[in-house]
Ligand binder design. Sequence first.
Ligand code: AMP
Length: 414
Amino acid sequence: MNILVINSGSSSLKFQIVETDQALIDVSQDKVKVKGLIDRIGTQSVAKISVTNGIEIKEAVPIRDHSAALDYIFRKITSGTLNIEGISSIADINAVGHRVVHGGEKFSNSVIVNKSVLKEIEECIDLAPLHNPANLKGIEATLSLFGEKVPHVVVFDTAFHSTIPEVNYLYALPYQYYRRYRIRKYGFHGMSHRYVSYRYRTILNLEREKLNVIVVHLGNGCSACAIKDGKSFDTSMGFTPLAGLVMGTRAGDIDASIMDFLAHKEGVSLSDIDILLNKASGLLGISGLTNDMRELLDEEKEHHDRRATLAINMFTMRIKHYIGAYLTEMGGADAILFTGGIGENSAEIRRRICDNMQFLGLEIDENLNKQKCFGAEGEISTAGSKLKAWVIPTNEELMIARDTFRCVMKVPSP
Ligand code: AMP
């Protein structure tokens, strides 16, 4: 089955065509045939398409909206010049899978799109005012190109966390605000946490109920997830993706009173402070240099920049804080799984996170740690380590493709 996977942002559209017929995850049997990104939709758009056969396109083209972006992609794909195996017309696409950031409390699974699903996604706009409208634009564009002949499936970032118990998802605010506005922890990066933990359990041949791990997704956005008995039990992002770990430009956890204090001192509004916490804080805010971990590590090494080091240390210390918290919440875990751009590629950051954790039974093998970079998957702890550590490259697109296949074929999730 050829599945078009769409990840639609407010002015961007990322896509992949994945061939999958598997209900179970065995990555080697899935084929990504083509992938690409149309960026800056509505202004000076740039289109990048890369085909598995090595052909690449990079073009500056005027693209007015998401529908025009999809038209452009399929004009290129079906033009015959890209030689994509098994794809010569839009009739070769069997289903479309969409990433949707927020499913609120309504969606605990991926579902086939119909009118009532669209309405419910719209009703979650309040909870994700930037993301859900952008995701809806992508759905509208594929619906208008493919019509209803092809099934469209939505896969939610929040759905995996629907199993978090009340004791962990509620904020200690007056309860009526949960009742009235559904203010609670939702959690994000669900597809990544789900993929990585499922992949680990497949490699180790574990039953779902036997899975007790902490997944640490470290990219530009970062979150940790405690997975107990195979289910999300707690996670560091909250009502929005601002909470929890120190991220590229997001502050993560802060004392909420700082917002009002800072708004008064700076004479700005609370929404300005919200922007500051989301866009100008985190690694960027502390270092004053960059939100990019690679650049910070270079600055530290080459120029001994004090604030680059401080930003990196705050980043790793907050992760330790969450690992400690989750180990006690869960009553122990079997492994810590690293993923995301930083988690997959930086042996140095993983080393610093795991440093001084021998008392928990965690011991890193320096050589294995150095080897597991740039797409390599596997264990980085020593054979004798009681608490294991692994690197598992995430693959959210594959998760969307697999869920789309499962929804269309009515195969239960493993
Ligand atoms: P993502 O959002 O998952 O694409 O991750 C982006 C983050 O991964 C950025 O902060 C990058 O600097 C970081 N990253 C990618 N490769 C490396 C690397 N080799 N060492 C350190 N950080 C890296």
